[in-house]
Design a binder for this molecule. Structure first.
Ligand code: NAP
Length: 250
C-alpha cells in the first residue's frame, strides 16, 4: 500500500468491525487517512480495529450506527464532522444477506436486505454529500457485488439491492461531479469473509472453478481498489463499477 497518499483525509467506513470494511479501514489508515470505524453490533471488533490503527501511529474512532436508519446516520455523520472537522471519503460497505428462493422469500427478509444494503447506501451518500458539496471535494465508494450485475438464484433480494447500488452510484456521480465529488462502485466477486464462510463446500468449489485467477479474493484485494478510488490516482474516475473478482464475471 502506498503510505501517505491519503494524508490528512477524513474517512467514514460503514461496517468496519470485520470483513471487507475492516480491511478498508486499516488500508485507508495505512495510507494516511483518519478513520471513523462504524459498526452496528460488533463493538469489540470495531474497537480492536481502532486500536490497531492507533498502535500503528494513525488516528481513528469507533461509532455505533445502524445504517438503515436515516436519522441515526445523520447524527453519526454530524458527530464525525464535528470531531474531525471535515469528511473526504465515504465507503458504504455495510451489508447483509438473507438468502432464499423467491417463492419462499419473506417480505421481512426482502425489506431487511434492501434497507441495509441499498437504503443504507442512500443514507450515507445523502448525509455525506452536504458536507462534501461545501468542501467541493469528496470520494464516495459504494460496495456492490458481481451478483448485482449477473443476478443469482437464491439471492433475489441481495442482487436487487446490489444492482440498485450501481444505479444509485451512477445517478449520484452525475449529480455531484460538478461539485468535485466522485462516486464509484466496487463490485467484489467471492471474498473470504464471515459472509461467505457459511456457504456449502460444494457451492464454494463450483465457484472456485469459475475464477480465472484460481483463488478466492481476500478483503485486502477489495481494500486496495477502495484506496485507489479514494486517492488522487482515481481523481478522473466517476460513475464506474470496478470489479474485484479475479476475472469471475466478464
Ligand atoms: P461481513 O463479514 O458479513 O460483514 C458485514 C459488515 O456489515 C459487518 O461489519 C456488519 O457490522 C455490517 N453491517 C451489517 N448490517 C449493518 C447495519 N445495519 N448497520 C451498520 N453496519 C452493518 O461481510 P463482508 O463480506 O465483509 O461484506 C462487506 C460488504 O461487501 C457487503 O456490502 C457485502 O454485500 C459486500 N460483498 C461481499 C462479498 C464477499 O464475497 N464477501 C462479495 C460481494 C460483495 P456489525 O458486525 O457491527 O453488525
Amino acid at each position: 500500500m502506498l503510505t501517505g497518499i491519503l494524508e490528512g483525509k477524513i474517512a467514514i467506513v460503514t461496517g468496519a468491525g470485520r470483513g471487507i470494511g475492516k480491511a478498508a479501514a486499516l488500508s485507508l489508515a495505512r495510507a494516511g487517512a483518519v478513520v471513523a470505524v462504524n459498526y452496528n453490533h460488533s463493538a469489540d471488533q470495531a474497537q480492536a480495529v481502532v486500536n490497531e490503527i492507533v498502535n500503528n501511529g494513525g488516528r481513528a474512532k469507533a461509532w455505533q450506527c445502524d445504517v438503515s436508519s436515516f436519522d441515526d446516520c445523520g447524527a453519526f455523520f454530524s458527530d464525525v464532522i464535528k470531531e474531525f472537522g471535515r469528511l473526504d471519503i465515504l465507503v458504504n460497505n455495510a451489508g447483509v444477506t438473507r438468502d432464499g428462493l423467491l417463492m419462499r422469500m419473506t417480505e421481512a427478509d426482502y425489506d431487511l436486505v434492501m434497507d441495509v444494503n441499498l437504503k443504507g447506501t442512500f443514507h450515507g451518500i445523502r448525509h455525506a454529500a452536504r458536507q462534501m458539496v461545501k468542501q467541493k471535494y469528496g470520494r464516495i465508494i459504494n460496495i456492490s457485488s458481481v451478483v448485482g450485475i449477473t443476478g443469482n438464484g437464491g439471492q433475489a433480494n441481495y442482487a436487487a439491492s446490489k444492482a440498485g447500488i450501481i444505479g444509485l452510484t451512477k445517478s449520484a456521480a452525475k449529480e455531484l461531479g460538478s461539485r468535485g465529488i466522485t462516486v464509484n462502485t466496487v463490485a467484489p466477486g467471492f471474498i473470504e469473509t464471515e459472509m461467505t464462510a457459511v456457504l456449502p463446500e460444494e457451492q464454494k468449489s463450483k465457484l472456485a472453478s469459475q475464477i480465472p485467477l484460481g483463488r478466492f479474493g481476500q478483503p485486502e484485494d477489495v481494500a486496495a481498489a477502495i484506496v485507489f478510488l479514494a486517492s488522487e490516482y482515481g481523481a478522473y474516475i466517476t460513475g464506474q463499477v470496478l470489479q474485484v473478482d479475479g476475472g469471475m464475471v466478464m
